[in-house]
Design a protein around this ligand. Sequence first.
Ligand code: HEC
Ligand code: HEC
Length: 368
Amino acid sequence: MGFHQVWRIFVALSFFAIPVAAQAQTSPLSTSQAEAAAENYQRYCALCHGTDRAGYANDHAPSLRSSSLMVPGNDLLMFRSIAYGRPGTPMAAYREESGGPMSNREINHIVKWLYQQVGTDPRYDENGNSMRLPYDRIPGAAAQGEGVYARECASCHGANGEGGTGTQLANQVFLIFASDQFIKRTIENGRDGTPMPAFKDRLSADDIDNVTAFLRAKATGADLEQPVAKAPPEPEEYVINPGGPDPEFDLEDGIYVAAANLNAALNAKSRMVILDTRTTSWWRMGHIEGAVPVPYYSEFDDVVDNLPRDVWIVGYCECPRAAAESTIRQLRRRGFDKTAVLYEGIQGWAGLGYPITLGEVEPVSANE
Ligand code: HEC
Ligand code: HEC
């Protein structure tokens, strides 16, 4: 099973029309709340979306400041993208309930702060009109949208919407939370300051409706399952095969270990520590057996107290490398020389058929 299938998703859209972000969106942030949100942004998000929110620091993470994303009415989609992530892409779930580091309130504050940075109001347009996008369907012809998609969109978003330089449009969590209106508007206006072009002068109104319907037809519905809390290993359990030999790693560029090499070392019962550097929500869903969750945003001065200096340490992430490389470089700066980054990342590892321990999952309750 591919790692992206671990998070299984099969329910209807209406199930998630929960106004979880709505009630806290009423007042502007106080100075201290804005400062805390800015700090959280730099700690959790800048790695991929950039310190200046322009995107593309890593993993083709989109811009978080283009005026066509930060439009009034889109704050709920922003909130949900951060809370639930985009499973199967490097964008993790950041809410505590999924094992992420932030409360709903903190996520709300990051969303408000992102709007503040570009000077727009999350809820109202300049005339004071409420801007929640309606959820009605765009009545396009999906079959006719298919050709438009293949011609105009596939080069960036992938032949089947699996993503590429552009985001993953067939992502089930995206399709649950994004309304047709939002998708259509994005196609019409593009995203300023990013590679996403505006199509309103390049495609007919019908073609835009058709390609919107084509994307909508990729939504199979979803049932967001939530990984059951599983205790991470204690420091005395960090070392895998403590009595085994050192692994024989052949490092590329002095830092990367190939999945085949790591797998062989594990099969040879070599002793090592494996760090899962992703947001902990993902460790809970599934990880390489024995891996310790040490997310890229950890306080490394504390983390190192629990790590051995005489044992090899390998970091991996979803990315495939950004979070792990940032973590391993933090360790190297603190004198940990026997360190490496899994070159293919966990998606590549799983894709090559190497074993993953799956977390247990339970369905998210509709009343949550
Ligand atoms: C490891 C890299 C990474 C980190 C860290 C990360 N993101 Fe993302 N984010 C992505 C990628 C990649 C996507 C696009 C996913 C896709 O293909 O659909 C994304 C998508 C998003 C979106 C949807 C944007 C859109 O165009 O619809 C939002 C909002 C977002 N991220 C906010 C955040 C915030 C806020 C944080 C910090 C709490 C964060 N991200 C941390 C990689 C990351
Ligand atoms: C040249 C590359 C390119 C082409 C061609 C392209 N896109 Fe995009 N698209 C992107 C990028 C990059 C983003 C993310 C932009 C950002 O916000 O940073 C994006 C974002 C989007 C989004 C928002 C997704 C989200 O996660 O919020 C939608 C919807 C979308 N594109 C649809 C389309 C459709 C439909 C077409 C064809 C009609 C198309 N795009 C053609 C590059 C492209």
